[in-house]
Write a new protein. Structure first.
Ligand SMILES: Nc1ncnc2c1ncn2[C@@H]1O[C@H](COP(=O)(O)OP(=O)(O)O)[C@@H](O)[C@H]1O
Ligand SMILES: [Mg+2]
Length: 268
């Protein structure tokens, strides 16, 4: 009723039917044609405190983990989360930032960063998405934030980090630090010690930080970010990524002292 999906008389009707047939509330609502399967899922997500977005939400539908938590893709994301809990999360302090890297464009870094962050937040971990792709930023679009200041402005010393972080009201425990004003010198900004200091400070507030980056084959930004964060997850896309380029990136990250916690084959 609070969500405007049922009126009081409809609720009465469902309750009566429920008593007569010995059904659950959702089942009787569906049998009467007063509730859709989506309505029932929505209600369950509220009852179990599990963030879930209604189809009319303004956030991007690329956020499958929030729109369709029952999809096979999201099941795989949860399984990735479990592996990361063992291999990365449990390493302890100093490794709260996980950099998502891949050699080329359109391999699924931004998609994975956003959705992986959502599944971590659904577990009740206070999670931050940091958009360190200052060349073609996308996280602000995925999370419906509009153009706004962000990481570049913080690193340039023109903004206070906490005021740049946007909570996503529909997704409890998730916040986003957008890339901000597109600067002429991303590489220099990201290379500043201020970035390490910032990640350390944010680590006090967030238990998981997932960092999106530009293609590592085109510029050194991603390696720089990964070196600051300490840990990286390598993404390759089936039928698109070049294996020698992936292997070279993996080699370079190791040389930079980055702990490579795993790799993901994006097969969609
Ligand atoms: N596993 C996936 N399932 C569905 N769509 C995907 C998947 N991975 C990537 N995409 C889509 O492919 C496009 C490129 O992905 P994106 O994450 O923006 O790439 P990158 O950040 O590596 O350049 C986007 O439209 C994204 O929604
Ligand atoms: Mg991207």
């Amino acid at each position: 009723m609070d969500a405007g999906r049922l009126s009081a008389p409809e609720v009465e009707q469902i309750l009566r039917f429920q008593r007569e047939r010995g059904l659950r509330f959702g089942e009787s609502g569906r049998a009467l044609g007063l509730l859709t399967e989506d309505d029932v899922r929505f209600a369950l997500s509220l009852q179990f405190d599990y963030p879930y977005l209604a189809p009319e939400s303004e956030l991007s539908h690329e956020l499958v983990a929030a729109f369709r938590p029952q999809d096979q893709t999201v099941e795989q994301l949860r399984s990735l989360r479990s592996q990361l809990m063992l291999r990365w999360f449990s390493i302890g302090t100093g490794h709260k930032g996980l950099t998502i890297v891949s050699p080329d464009t359109r391999e699924g870094r931004s998609y994975l960063a956003a959705n992986l962050a959502i599944v971590f937040s659904q577990m009740g971990e206070r999670t931050l998405v940091v958009d360190a792709d200052m060349r073609a930023p996308r996280q602000h679009l995925l999370f419906g934030l509009g153009q706004r200041s962000g990481l570049s402005d913080v690193l340039a010393g023109r903004a206070d980090p906490l005021s740049m972080i946007a909570d996503i009201p529909d997704l409890k425990d998730l916040a986003v630090l957008p890339a901000g004003t597109i600067p002429p010198n991303p590489q220099e900004l990201l290379g500043r010690p201020a970035f390490s200091t910032l990640l350390e400070a944010l680590g006090e507030t967030f238990s998981v930080m997932i960092i999106d980056t530009p293609p590592a084959g085109a510029c050194a930004d991603a390696q720089t970010v990964a070196a600051h964060a300490g840990a990286a997850l390598l993404v390759a896309r089936q039928g698109t990524s070049s294996m020698p380029r992936v292997a070279r990136l993996s080699q370079r990250l190791r040389e930079f002292g980055v702990s490579l916690v795993g790799s993901v084959l994006n097969d969609t």
